[in-house]
Design a protein around this ligand. Structure first.
Ligand code: HPA
Length: 264
């Protein structure tokens, strides 16, 4: 068991957690969904991300949602912060140690599909690891050869589509392409990404999904679309715009995620 897992069990109790949720840029308010919540700053948890990006939180929350015991990371470390694709490995190993069977990932992303517009949600059906980095480089066991067919659990995807229908939320499905960041893409890169079959671009999620599969967790991931890809719309893309637009998607995720958790 990781040292962080021991710290969390000491603070939040020994009962296993059912699932964990990692919150993307501007989405940290989703932590409000937990009742009987305890908060542990990442700085108290060995191996948890220390830095930070504005619009992200830096706490681990443990509490109840829809009758399940849930851990929420209110922020994440991105590859672009330190050049470390495995930055989230200790945190995800800890979630596995605590008993999590499912990891729900959220992010903010740029859309490549004119039909998927800012403010909408897109559940990931698959990804393209365009950054080319892999969090399992250096792993020495044969477990490193992770099968990434159905990385994003088909049953969870289907369940979220049903829940969204029930709630009257438009939930798109598509392929997310991981760029390293921290720069936004060029218009030529966006045209390339569209040609290669991506529906959205972003700077996170893929390394965490790979790590979760490595540790045996089922994965569900959803993008909150904050902008059209570079060159596709007239407005200038910026991190401020990402943070400004995030609440639109956050509101929908706030409704969707508890209903999805209820079905885990
Ligand atoms: N590109 C990459 N990451 C992003 C974007 C984008 O257009 N929007 C929000 N995160």
């Amino acid at each position: 068991m990781t040292k962080a897992a021991k710290t969390i069990r000491a603070a939040a109790g020994k009962a296993p957690i059912d699932a964990a949720l990692i919150l993307g840029s501007g989405l940290s308010r989703l932590g409000d969904l937990l009742t009987d919540r305890i908060t542990i700053p990442f700085s108290d948890l060995k191996g948890f991300p220390e830095g930070g990006v504005s619009g992200h939180g830096r706490d681990l929350l443990v509490g109840e949602m829809a009758g399940k015991r849930i851990a929420i990371l209110t922020g994440r470390q991105h590859y672009y912060e330190q050049g470390d694709a495995a930055a989230m490995r200790p945190a995800i190993a800890t979630l596995a140690d605590l008993g999590a069977k499912t990891l729900l990932l959220t992010n903010s992303a740029g859309s490549l599909d004119p039909e998927i517009v800012p403010g909408e949600l897109m559940v990931l059906s698959d990804h393209i690891n365009y950054a080319g980095m892999n969090p399992l480089i250096g792993e020495e066991t044969d477990r490193r050869f992770v099968n990434l067919v159905d990385t994003y659990d088909p049953a969870l995807r289907a369940a979220s589509v049903k829940v969204a229908e029930k709630l009257g939320i438009t939930l798109r499905e598509g392929v997310y392409m991981w760029f390293s960041g921290p720069t936004f893409e060029t218009p030529a890169e966006i045209r390339m990404a569209r040609t290669l079959g991506a529906d959205a671009v972003g700077m996170s999620t893929v390394p965490e999904a790979i790590l979760a599969r490595f540790f045996g967790l089922s994965v569900w991931a959803c993008s909150s679309v904050t902008n059209m890809g570079a060159g596709m719309a007239s407005e200038t893309i910026s991190h401020d715009q990402t943070k400004q637009m995030a609440p639109l998607g956050a509101k929908k995720l706030n409704a969707l995620i508890p209903e999805l958790v209820a079905q885990l």
